[in-house]
Design a binder for this molecule. Sequence first.
Ligand code: NI
Length: 139
Amino acid sequence: MPVVYLTRRERFSSAHRLFNPDLSDEQNLQIFGQCSHPNWHGHNYELFVTVKGEVNADLGYAVNAKDISRIVHDMVVLKLDHKNINMDVDFMRGKMASTENLAVSIWNELQKPLAVVGALLHCIRIVETENNSVEYYGE
Ligand code: NI
């Protein structure tokens, strides 16, 4: 059976701050740029979850996009949308609130629940701004 990749897009808006608490605001600005602003700021993130599977001849699809959407929404989007990534999100606790860490953490949150519905997670892609995006393939 042919193997296909299905990508589901979800969106969330979250606040964050990139900073090292041991450094001054000036030093943080040097390292992390505008994302270090002490009084927080937000991004309208786009999350692309790509899963892989063999097309089922009877169904015409590999995995049910509704299942993917429900899992991504319940496990990840609900926890992030309109929240502060540094303070409110259990799976980001103790981590730098970077898009890179977000991608890895989202992968870890989704891999098992997706496997339960027969979807093999292939890629987590997060678009933070028009110019910056991150991809993670589980390596
Ligand atoms: Ni930022």
